[in-house]
Design a protein around this ligand. Structure first.
Ligand SMILES: [Zn+2]
Length: 466
């Protein structure tokens, strides 16, 4: 009898424990990710809510108003069209055409309000107008506008982050749209078009990385194949792999790992990828956030893809090691990767919202940092990226008076189209913890087109005290 009673107590304890775990995880997930479930632009409750509640304002990190509502209930954006177009993808629009924008993604904040229960009852009884909470973003609208102007009429994206905190200072995507003139503009909501203006290319653009991927190949070599910076290769301008040929941009002669990286030697890195092997390449890429379904609290970020494995054929593997084949990346993830190199291997979760002091604010402030590489590997990659800007293909990313580190990319996209121009890098100064990714679609050479844009954005950010 005693035994039976003990068993009953034991089973009861197990059920109570399971129940508590279930409740805690439900509360936690609702607090952390709940916004995703309610914020769909197709959610009819959200639309009804918009009719009853005046949404809060959206502000930049310095308190500049990006979106507000006038007395007639119209949503009003910045007075200057160039500024509106520069921040359109980050802020979004009142109709949810651009569903990744804060207007939609953070609707639960903008339409929710903190009034106590008595005030809420009074508001319902007296039919007082209800106003949602304001939302302060981490972007600096001046930097955001400068970044978009650097891309100009070209298609592309720029992600500028603080690599110590993960705060996004600028997230530009061109072409943009005017959120003030979007009403009834269903025709522009064609996400499949190459010219689609509603896509945030910084977070949703999946690009061929080209040579910026050599950062990952170098990580794999250092961390998983016992290769050091004294590794050497003799570049003759091309290398035969599996009956095919991988060509280089020049004839670099005998290069060590640092020189091969700084000069962006394709043949050396193709050979390196083969030596490292598909399984190690995949493991290093996945540790650095590839193939991961990002679930960030503040924004949607599409995943970067690396598809090689232990069974990939050598030809594909060699091209994948120099960022071609089936490799694809998103610009914000590449800024996180550059930031992780600068930050001793740790990538911070990207943040778009300055936290408020609400009850859930406590839960929302838990950031998930990820180690993309070991501290020792990060230090060696830093050396390689510094050399790239000091003497290699990234010279035009330099900023007078500061040390800049980086990697260029000139990603072949096939056909007769010009390659995508890439630069990823960071400012090597702990007072200015800035990391960047720049991509200009069909822009040409990374060193000549993307690196100078990074330099201009870095210089302005430093000037502004970031
Ligand atoms: Zn070469």
């Amino acid at each position: 009898m005693k035994e039976v009673r003990r068993n009953i107590w034991f089973i009861a304890a197990v059920f109570i424990t399971l129940f508590v775990v279930l409740v805690v995880s439900l509360v936690y997930n609702t607090a952390i990710y709940g916004g995703r479930w309610v914020n769909s632009p197709y959610n009819p409750r959200l639309r009804e809510q918009r009719a009853l509640v005046t949404p809060g304002d959206i502000l930049d990190r310095n308190g500049v108003t990006l979106a507000t509502t006038d007395d007639q209930g119209n949503r009003i954006y910045n007075g200057r069209k160039a500024v509106r177009k520069a921040y359109c993808h980050v802020v979004g629009d009142a109709y949810g055409f651009c569903p990744t924008g804060a207007e939609t993604f953070h609707a639960s904040t903008l339409l929710g309000y903190n009034a106590d229960i008595l005030s809420q009852i009074r508001q319902v009884l007296l039919q007082e107008p209800v106003r949602g909470n304001d939302l302060t973003l981490t972007i600096d609208v001046e930097l955001q506008t400068l970044a978009a102007s650097q891309l100009g009429s070209q298609k592309g994206a720029i992600a500028l982050i603080n690599y110590k905190t993960g705060e996004i200072l600028a997230l530009a995507s061109t072409p943009g749209f005017d959120p003030s003139a979007i009403e009834g503009a269903e025709s522009i909501a064609d996400f499949s078009s190459e010219d689609a203006v509603l896509i945030n290319r910084a977070t949703q653009g999946r690009y061929v990385p080209g040579s910026i991927f050599k950062v990952v190949t170098a990580i794999a070599a250092l961390e998983r194949a016992g290769i050091s910076t004294t590794w050497e290769f003799a570049c003759t301008g091309s290398i035969e792999v599996d009956g095919g040929v991988v060509t280089c941009s020049g004839v670099h002669g005998k290069v060590n790992l640092v020189e091969a990286f700084a000069q962006s030697c394709n043949t050396a890195f193709a050979a390196l990828g083969l030596e490292v092997g598909g399984a190690n390449m995949a493991a290093a890429a996945e540790k650095a956030g590839f193939n991961e379904d990002f679930m960030f609290q503040d924004l949607t970020l599409y995943s970067s893809r690396y598809e090689m494995n232990a069974y990939s054929d050598d030809y594909d593997l060699a091209w994948s090691a120099i960022g071609q084949s089936t490799d694809t990346v998103t610009p914000l993830h590449m800024a996180m990767l550059a930031g992780a190199v600068a930050n001793g291997g740790i990538a911070k979760e990207p943040r778009l919202v300055v936290r408020s002091d609400t009850v859930t604010g406590f839960l929302r402030s838990t950031m998930t940092d990820q180690r993309y590489m070991s501290t020792a590997t990060a230090q060696t990659i830093q050396e390689m990226m510094l050399e790239t800007v000091a003497s290699g293909t990234g010279k035009k990313a330099a900023v007078a008076g500061y040390e800049v580190a980086g990697k260029t990319g000139t990603a072949e996209v096939g056909g007769s189209k010009s390659p995508h121009a890439w630069f990823i890098g960071y400012v090597a100064d702990s007072d200015h913890p800035l990391a960047i990714a720049v991509v200009v679609e069909n822009g040409g050479g990374g060193g000549s087109v993307a690196a100078p844009i990074a330099s201009a954005v870095f210089a302005e950010a430093i000037q502004s005290g970031y």
